[in-house]
Design a protein around this ligand. Structure first.
Ligand code: FEO
Ligand code: CA
Length: 650
């Protein structure tokens, strides 16, 4: 999402992020320097004796892993230059084609996109607005096809000023009931069948799988420990079991059994009104910045007025599971994964078969989480995983300065939580407060957290935090304008472990400007560094790609957002390379690879925006991408990227 909406603060806890367990014998500065030369394990070996045997053990594991490292492929594409204009730019040895635009028809009988004649009913049959996460689910190709898949796409939020031509300067105050319905229809998700034939990807509008899920009319089940809880009940859902809609779907993930996790981020931006200061939900709402009204939905739809429905915000901020192969299925809000401003939900199976879902809570000074399922993933009988996400343990990360981390379980039996919460459902509804009480480490806006199945390492994108006054080792710069990436390795190569160790992979910003205090491999060119890492993806060769969302800070880097390749192993570790650049006003989301790594789907979100909520208008849009037609709004779109000569992207 536009950076503005994410960068509030509501965490007033004074959690010390630093060592409670291990005496500090080495300064982190020394640690980082040796870390660059030796790798995490080597540096940790130097710390032997500092704390537990655990550290010596993980150092040994890291060295063993390095000897058997399967990762060999470096990036070889020709770089794009930093810069900014109305167009997108792709590495010259690749090509990028527009595949799906906001308003494109998803069904045979969908009305054609007409910005001057919009309706909620039309929008519900068309591709939604502000595409963010993209998931790729392979299907068996049909005759003559080289590949076939379902794209599972999030539509994060609406921008009425860029959607409706002639939207007035004070339009949000005057927004009509129908415009509210259209914007509610424009967000949520699209599931779209695409196919590759003769080297060209296209959309199949005849597919039985195509589906729109929206904030307007999709019934969604509340599942897991908070289902039926009294704090989930409203006047229209007296049992606390069903919600209409999902919203602010930012990033996501695909489960190993082929379902799609879509993650609700800045849900607070859709609520207005107030509750009495002594209302039982008042403190909970404050901790989640409810209300922060960027939409004025509550003017016409009273469930978004917390004075009318004080529990409605408790029904958003969850991870929602959708079965793309069953278009009639009811999506489920999986409350066991906790309620916060979810960025993504990237999945990986631990060695013993449990599912692990890594998640960030994208706001300044919020936390990094992971969910570990109670039960094992059953790949022989995928239907057995139907409710796997309803049972398990939610953990929050505590980063120790010495380079190791603890995953703290958010369960009722855990010390301070027993006294503070009545039920496990209360802990999950107020996951942030529970994490505060356990002393989790406040981070610099955790975005995507991506596990690499080939290397066993996990990458956490910390996008920026200009309000940080005191640095610590996991958030190493005060006034962090440019963000950084933390690399985590779990103990025993076990993603389900309650212990791990970590290092900073890169500190973003311009390496030529000393005040940025950035750290990159010296092989990084003047185009290879970036700022505000947001989405990450591991390609089928095990390589890391990172997209950026600088918001109104783009002027500081001098380049539009884009997609960068980032080396994580060997001599080039920490080298960035610019691969794709978005048009003015946009951020890059999505990145999703086809199974063979030869196609890459990217989502260009909010092209033409101005970086501040409520400012952008069609007539002053900073680009008319991708149509470039007079009077036509810019349109968020999915592009597909392929290598001109064929073969793996990158
Ligand atoms: Fe919706 Fe944190 O980006
Ligand atoms: Ca994002």
């Amino acid at each position: 999402m536009n950076d503005q909406a994410d960068n509030q603060i509501s965490n007033s806890t004074d959690a010390a992020s630093l060592a409670d367990v291990c005496e500090k014998r080495y300064t982190r500065r020394g640690f980082v320097k040796t870390g660059v030369a030796l790798g995490v394990g080597g540096a940790l070996a130097q710390l032997a004796g500092c704390g537990s045997d655990e550290q010596a053990l993980i150092a040994e594991q890291d060295n063993q892993w390095r000897e058997n490292n399967p990762y060999k492929l470096n990036f070889s594409f020709k770089e794009v230059e930093h810069g900014g204009d109305e167009h997108h730019h792709i590495a010259p040895d690749h090509e990028a084609k527009v595949l799906l635009r906001w308003g494109d028809t998803l069904f045979k009988d969908s009305p054609a996109y007409d910005p001057h004649n919009q309706s909620a009913e039309a929008q519900l049959t068309q591709f939604g607005y502000n595409n963010d996460y993209v998931g790729y689910l392979s299907l068996k190709p049909k005759s003559g096809q080289q590949a076939r898949a379902l794209l599972c796409v999030n539509h994060e939020y609406a921008i009425p000023g860029l959607m409706f031509p002639d939207f007035p300067a004070d339009g949000l105050q005057k927004i009509t009931a129908e415009q509210v319905r259209i914007t509610q229809a424009a967000v949520g998700n699209s599931i779209v069948e695409v196919g590759l034939r003769d080297g060209e990807w296209s959309v199949n509008t005849d597919s039985k799988y195509n589906r729109r899920i929206s904030a307007l009319d999709t019934k969604i089940e509340i599942a897991g420990p908070a289902a039926g809880h009294h704090r989930m009940k409203t006047s229209t859902d007296r049992r606390g079991r069903y919600v209409i809609g999902t919203l602010n779907n930012c990033a996501g993930g695909m489960t190993p059994w082929g379902t799609y996790l879509t993650c609700e981020e800045n849900f607070n931006a859709h609520f207005l009104g107030e509750v009495e200061p002594n209302h039982p939900e008042a403190e909970n709402h404050r901790r989640y910045n409810v209300p922060t009204d960027y939409t004025n939905w509550g003017k016409h739809d009273k469930r978004f007025d917390i004075g009318v429905e004080p529990n409605e915000p408790n029904r958003f901020g969850w991870v929602v599971e959708i079965d793309p192969l069953d278009p009639k299925s009811t999506p489920k809000k999986r409350t066991a994964l906790g309620r916060f401003k979810h960025e993504g939900g990237e999945c990986i199976v631990a060695p013993n078969g449990q599912l692990v879902v890594y998640m960030g809570d994208d706001q300044r000074f919020e936390y990094l989480y992971k969910f570990v399922s109670r039960d094992k993933v059953n790949m022989e009988h995928p239907s057995e995983n139907r409710d796997l996400l309803d049972h398990g343990t939610l953990y929050v990360a505590k980063f120790h300065d010495e380079g190791y981390l603890e995953w703290l379980p958010l369960v009722l039996e855990n010390g301070p939580l027993e006294a503070a919460f009545e039920t496990q459902a209360d802990i999950l509804i107020e996951a942030r407060r529970a994490a505060d009480l356990l002393g989790a480490t406040p981070m610099d806006r955790p975005e995507d957290v991506v596990p690499n199945p080939l290397t066993g390492k996990v990458y956490a994108m910390l996008t920026n935090n200009t309000k940080r006054e005191e640095a610590n080792n996991a958030n190493p710069r005060a006034e962090n304008y440019f963000g950084h990436i933390v690399e985590i390795k779990e103990l025993d190569n076990d993603f389900a472990s309650e212990r791990g160790y970590w290092d900073v992979l890169v500190k973003c910003g311009n390496p030529k400007i000393a005040s940025h205090q950035s750290e990159w491999n010296s092989e990084t060119t003047e185009n290879g560094w970036f700022a505000s890492p947001d989405n990450g993806v591991i390609d089928p060769s095990g390589r890391l790609w990172v997209s950026s969302d600088q918001g109104e800070k783009a002027f500081m880097s001098g380049t539009n957002d884009g997609l960068w390749a980032l080396e994580t192993e060997g001599a080039l570790r920490g080298t960035g390379k610019m691969f794709f650049r978005v048009p003015n006003g946009a951020e890059l989301c999505g990145p999703a690879f086809s199974d063979n790594g030869e196609s890459l789907f990217v989502a260009v979100q909010h092209p033409g925006d101005h970086g501040k909520p409520g400012v952008a208008r069609v007539e002053t849009a900073t680009t008319q991408w991708p149509d470039f037609q007079d009077g036509m709004p810019p349109r968020p779109s999915i592009l597909v990227i392929r290598k001109k000569a064929g073969g793996k992207v990158g």
